[in-house]
Design a protein around this ligand. Structure first.
Ligand SMILES: Cc1cc2nc3c(=O)[nH]c(=O)nc-3n(C[C@H](O)[C@H](O)[C@H](O)COP(=O)(O)OP(=O)(O)OC[C@H]3O[C@@H](n4cnc5c(N)ncnc54)[C@H](O)[C@@H]3O)c2cc1C
Length: 435
């Protein structure tokens, strides 16, 4: 994929950075002696790794286009969440080991060493405040707590991590043994943080503002697709320059009094044209419900395209498997994929089905097939998307590339059924509508 960083390359780059951090400690530590020295050394290593890892975490969420395109926003979000837990562990280990190490070397107690550090070094006091802030963010991000919070509350609380990083930065250079006598190390460490800050600013602020000015996105119209689902048409200039592909999504910020402060991800539900894009949204909460009331002419900031859920470009036949509103990216792919394409569209009721006329017309024009699998499991008496059900609906499914988009529960069961039906895991791609 041109202009895309693959997951393997990204993992290798992250590991290389971690190795450079360990080399920095090795280079700055001539000898380690006694239990106090070993504890302090362990604390320094943990601290350096934590200082590096927070930069990695920020960059994973910086919306760097080649990374988003190659790795996928949902996978980046998963790595970020998992990495966040490690970082909190690293920072806590660093604080405990280094205080304890200093205490052992100074023949004093960890409590009195803590008091000395906090009262003698203001940078350490600020870093301690940062540690507590990060612990707070970690607690609200834990699954159980997050389920009780509104998405927006959780999202905006997350911004305290930037404050925590700023608060902790100075103590690294002021008291970090790896930096105190080494101006080059100080320069490169500061450069790492400065580049990360610039990338965040560039991709999260400058690029969306530039695209807004260049393309002049505005709502062209709203169409009701079903009782709970609407399509929004967005007009703009030179849209092909965005190089958006079917399967990808944008983060949309509609500039009305009610909606300007939040940007939400929605996939393109049709291949983008030169001056028109379409998204299709199911009403599940405040934002999605309000889109029904958008007026033509409303200005829009469209940030993207994002996502690695794009066709693999092989010569194999393709199965598209959609559940509910997961039809949106697959509808866009269905109209553009070449070769033999089969679409299975799973929904609980016929009222939930959207685009039926469009899908039938595409199937007829391209010689593809659509299967609407509608009803609850109890209506069928069995799971129609079990391995046997899939083999029955789509003979030769094991030889196909599969693209899957649906609610998280369905995705898990469908991946298991497809694997059981003989589709290798590497040929199943899926998009999750949840970060
Ligand atoms: C990559 C991707 C593509 C998507 N494509 C579509 C689509 O084509 N059509 C469609 O109907 N839905 C799509 N969604 C889901 C859609 O983004 C959410 O349903 C919508 O943001 C809900 O916001 P709300 O205020 O209406 O509901 P809320 O009740 O506030 O949120 C419901 C759930 O939506 C998620 N969510 C809320 N706000 C955001 C946000 N700003 N960013 C990320 N997730 C959020 C959270 O998991 C939350 O628990 C997509 C989601 C993702 C991640």
């Amino acid at each position: 994929m041109a202009g895309a960083v693959s997951p393997r390359v990204l993992r290798a780059l992250i590991a290389l950075g971690a190795a450079a951090v360990l080399a920095l400690w090795w280079h700055s530590t001539p000898a380690v002696s006694g239990p106090g020295g070993w504890l302090t050394g362990a604390g320094e290593i943990l601290g350096l790794l934590a200082g590096y890892a927070v930069v990695v975490l920020v960059l994973l969420m910086a919306r760097i286009r080649p990374v988003e395109r190659g790795v996928g926003a949902d996978r980046l979000a998963r790595w970020h969440a998992a990495g966040g837990r490690y970082v909190i562990g690293l920072i806590s280990g660093h604080a405990i080991a280094i205080t304890w190490g200093y205490a052992v070397t100074a023949h004093t107690s960890p409590a009195s060493e803590t008091a000395t550090l906090l009262t003698t070094y203001p940078d350490v006091a600020m870093a301690t405040a940062a540690w507590f802030l990060l612990l707070g963010v970690g607690v609200v991000s834990a699954r159980a707590a997050r389920r009780r919070l509104r998405y927006e509350t959780w999202y905006y609380l997350h911004f305290y991590t930037y404050l925590a990083i700023a608060l902790a930065f100075s103590h690294q250079l002021a008291v970090g043994a790896a930096f105190s006598g080494d101006p080059a190390a100080r320069f490169w460490w500061s450069a790492l943080y400065a580049v990360a800050a610039l990338l965040v600013l560039w991709y999260r602020v400058v690029v969306p503002a530039r695209d807004f000015a260049r393309h002049g996105f505005r709502v062209a119209g709203v169409r009701t697709e079903a009782e709970t689902t609407v399509s929004i048409y967005i007009r703009g200039r030179h849209l092909r320059e965005l190089e958006a592909e079917p399967g990808q999504f944008f983060r949309w910020r509609f500039l009305t009094r009610e909606l300007w402060w939040g940007s939400h991800p929605y996939s393109l539900s049709a291949a983008p044209g030169d001056d028109l894009m379409r998204i299709t949204v199911r009403d599940v909460g405040d934002h999605s419900a309000a889109l029904r009331r958008l007026k033509p002419g409303t200005r829009v900031i469209a940030e993207g395209p994002f996502g690695a859920f794009i066709p693999m470009r092989t010569s194999r036949s393709v199965l598209l498997l959609a559940g509910g509103v997961g039809i949106t990216p697959l509808r866009a792919m269905f109209a553009t994929l070449s070769g033999k394409v089969t679409l299975i569209y799973r929904a609980s009721t016929w009222q939930d089905i959207v685009f039926q006329a469009e899908l039938d017309a595409i199937a007829e024009a391209r010689g593809s097939s659509v299967h609407y699998v509608v009803g609850s499991r109890s209506d069928f008496g069995t799971d129609p998307l079990s391995a046997a059900g899939l083999r029955h609906l789509v003979p030769g499914v094991h030889k196909m590339d599969v693209y899957l988009c649906g609610p998280p529960g369905m995705t898990g069961t469908a991946v298991a059924a497809l694997t059981e039906a003989g589709v290798p895991r590497r040929r199943i791609r899926y998009e999750s509508f949840e970060f």
